[in-house]
Design a protein around this ligand. Structure first.
Ligand code: ADP
Ligand code: MG
Length: 728
């Protein structure tokens, strides 16, 4: 092992778990740094509390007077906890979270200092936002954007700062963040789903989407991570020969968690508890040094904020524990990458999970209504759902026989397949009283409230029904959940609107009874949605062929998939449901496509540097040693030397070949980059990066990895896979 690598590994192995301060019972300190209802009752007048609650429950604005009271209360509460600053906390389209801290501290006219926080500062701010991506919405002379308080996600204290979740919009009102369209989608879904719920229960006044994400990640010792420029700059390894042992033995999954990792997790969980993220689950994942953390599901907007906050907290806590946390979808070749399953369901304000089978035929009919409408929505917009999870990182993961394919399909399990088949055979038109009774008792009434298929659910499906929720598994680990959640909730909202229109038409025009009309429409949906249902192995080649026959889209690259975001169909959907305007849709498309380009550009530069500065010099160095050796052999054996130096000579030649190929390919890659950079159209540019530049990454890596296994281990400067994956 080279001295450099040895010292990194030695440092890592010498580390002890960092001691974590225990905070007592979790239920006692859960949410104590959140300005939640409990705190509000303590700090707000009755009138102000009612005002906030009304605004939150009904998605209404909070009036100025109440805002001032809330601000004063927040300030008092925060200061009592040692807080000095406040910030509007938002999620610009970089995917990360953004904050700009201001002190409560103010100087008055008579030069006295006070702590102040005005209602206006709570409600709205104007950060200089010109450096955030806007997709051309704000041209430079009108660079202002503003952040506006989102009272549906409570303020919280992190460190000594009061964080106020906000939306981020341009001066002309266009969304510049992930949250704004999500809130609009959730509101559209609420309206559409509540209207459908009224068929079953007139008391339902609100439907919330709920989300429970499962965050996968890698933990790599800090010294080891910092020994790799590719991990630091690109978030993933761009080269590295696979280690003799990887995940073949399946000995990491659910294994005992290494002690340093456990310390990290405990501190992470404590921090999460304080800010109200209800973390529940932790375990080892499939790949070595890969783990997962998951909370109890929450209302979708809050869950999205909590996931963004979690990722931020993870980075900080990891650093304290001398780790680097990797969120990239594919940090290491040859072992599994990371995802972020999005578990999604719908709940009413009356406490019913609309995607959970009930105990009576009527509640089961309600379940089937939402279940089948979701299936239909996914079929109608499968390409858009696929686009919602497309990114440079996820491109590595999807369809690589470790993650769902890039083809959207739904797994529902044996029992529900049977229920749908039975429903499909319902008589067309009006039902006789006997038929109705039979249907209710023997089909709808027979759905058990716990579905068996959950135990052996199909892991190869991108969108699986898992008993009382759908699990969208194609989401990448580094993604902001708002993107897929906006699309999913929008398409389901649209579908539920269409459903209601169709059912009402049957009731009005043909004087069908309500349940008759519902059965009829559902039956037609079952018939027309079959092509999205798939119970088989999503990794198989047969499925790809079959999916093609079924006309399901299968985009292998992110630029192709992303194009679906600006199709006429997508734009009219978003406009119709008031989720995004055409300008907003196009701006996002531009930002995401440009991000793709930039990521590949960075990777290409980093690999060029590493190949030129690490790999080639090391190989040359070793080759010189071999040459010296061959010369020495010649001195000793004279003309006979060749039979003693066969291997060395072969190696010298091989090394020359690989070096030659690396030089050639790095130069060619550079040329392709230059050409791509000249392309003005951002979409064509991304395509050039995808088709012309990206293939060089693999080609160059191939030669570098070959050299890695030829060159003397003592000379190789780059930390190897076995050290990256197995040091703990
Ligand atoms: P897995 O076996 O895939 O890990 P779990 O049953 O442990 O599945 O649940 C995983 C996630 O599903 C958790 O984040 C949990 O909060 C979430 N979840 C459970 N029920 C629901 C629901 N009704 N709606 C949304 N998410 C849910
Ligand atoms: Mg899961």
């Amino acid at each position: 092992m080279s001295k450099f690598r040895f010292s990194a590994v030695q440092k890592a192995q010498g580390r002890k778990p960092i001691e974590v301060k225990e905070l007592g019972r979790r239920s006692d300190f859960f949410g104590i740094n959140v300005f939640n209802e409990r705190t509000m009752v303590q700090y707000l007048s009755k009138e102000a509390f009612k005002g906030v609650k009304y605004a939150v429950d009904n998605g209404k604005k909070i009036d100025r007077k109440i805002a001032s009271q809330v601000a004063a209360a927040m300030k008092d509460w925060a200061i009592s906890k040692g807080v000095t600053h406040y910030t509007h906390w938002f999620q610009p389209l970089t995917g990360a979270t953004a904050e700009k801290h201001d002190a409560f501290f103010e100087v008055t006219e008579n030069n006295m200092a006070i702590e102040a926080f005005a209602g206006s500062a709570l409600v709205q701010q104007e950060p200089d936002a010109s450096s955030f991506p806007s997709g051309g919405i704000r041209n430079t002379f009108e660079a202002r954007g503003y952040t506006a308080w989102d009272p549906t996600s409570p303020a919280f204290i992190y460190g000594t700062t009061l964080c106020i979740p906000t939306i981020f919009v341009s001066y002309t009102g266009e969304a510049l963040d992930y949250k704004t369209p999500l809130l609009r989608a959730l509101s559209a879904l609420d309206d559409a789903a509540t209207a459908v719920c009224k068929y079953f229960d007139k008391n339902v006044k609100k439907v919330n989407a709920s989300l429970g994400w499962e965050q996968e990640y890698f933990l790599i010792d800090k010294s080891i991570a910092f020994s790799r420029p590719d991990i630091i700059l690109a978030g993933r390894t761009l080269l590295g020969h696979s280690s003799a042992k990887g995940q073949q033995l399946d000995d990491h999954y659910f294994g005992s968690i290494p002690s340093r990792a456990i310390s990290f997790m405990r501190e992470l969980e404590n921090e999460c508890m304080l800010v109200g993220i209800p973390i529940k689950t932790r375990h080892n994942e499939v790949a070595p040094n890969q783990f997962e953390v998951a909370p109890i599901n929450e209302e979708a907007n809050l869950a999205v904020d909590h996931n963004a906050l979690l990722m931020d907290i993870m980075g900080r806590v990891a650093s304290k524990h001398n780790f680097k946390v990797l969120f990239h979808e594919k940090p290491f070749e040859g072992v599994n990458g990371s995802s972020k399953h999005n578990n999604w369901s719908l709940t009413t304000d009356t406490g019913i999970n609309l995607l959970g089978p009930g105990k009576t035929p009527m509640s089961n009919l309600q379940f089937l209504t939402f279940f089948i409408n979701t299936i239909k929505a996914v079929l109608s917009y499968e390409e858009l759902l696929g686009a919602s999870i497309a990114s440079a990182g996820n491109e590595h993961r999807l369809g690589k026989k470790e993650a769902p394919p890039s083809i959207m399909s739904i797994f529902i399990g044996e029992q529900l397949t049977k229920v749908l088949n039975d429903l499909e055979s319902v008589t067309d038109g009006k039902l006789s009283p006997e038929e109705k009774t039979d249907l209710k008792l023997n089909v709808v009434g027979k759905i058990p409230d716990v579905l068996l298929d959950n135990t052996d659910r199909n892991r190869t499906s991108p969108f699986a029904f898992t008993g009382n929720k759908f699990e969208f598994r194609a989401v990448g680990s580094s993604a902001n959940c708002a993107n897929p959640m906006t699309v999913l909730n929008t398409i389901v909202a649209k579908q539920l609107q269409d459903f209601k229109t169709e059912v009402d038409k049957l009731i009005d025009n043909k004087s069908f009874k309500k349940d008759e009309a519902i059965f009829n429409v559902l039956r037609e949906y079952i018939k027309s949605s079959k092509s999205i249902l798939f119970e088989g192995n999503g990794y198989s080649d047969e499925w790809e062929k079959e999916a093609k026959k079924r006309k399901l889209s299968n985009y292998k690259t992110a630029p192709e998939a992303l194009k679906e975001k600006i199709s006429k169909k997508a734009i009219s959907l978003f406009e119709e449901l008031n989720v995004m305007s055409k300008i907003e849709v196009e701006a996002r498309y531009e930002i995401e496509v440009e991000e793709y380009t930039k990521r590949i550009q960075i990777e290409s530069r980093v690999l060029g540097d590493i190949a030129g500065n690490h790999v080639v010099p090391t190989a040359v160095h070793y080759q010189n040693m071999l040459i010296k050796n061959v010369k020495g052999l010649k001195e000793i054996f004279g003309n006979d030397f060749e039979q003693h130096a066969l291997q060395q000579i072969r190696l010298i030649k091989n090394i020359s070949d690989h070096i030659e190929s690396i030089h050639k390919k790095v130069d060619e890659m550079l040329e392709e980059r230059k050409k791509a950079n000249k392309i003005k159209d951002f979409s064509k540019k991304a395509n050039a990066y995808c088709v012309k530049v990206k293939p060089f990454l693999d080609a160059i890596r191939y030669h570098c990895d070959k050299l890695e296994i030829m060159v003397d281990d003592e000379m190789w400067t780059l930390t190897k896979y076995r050290e990256l994956l197995f040091t703990r």
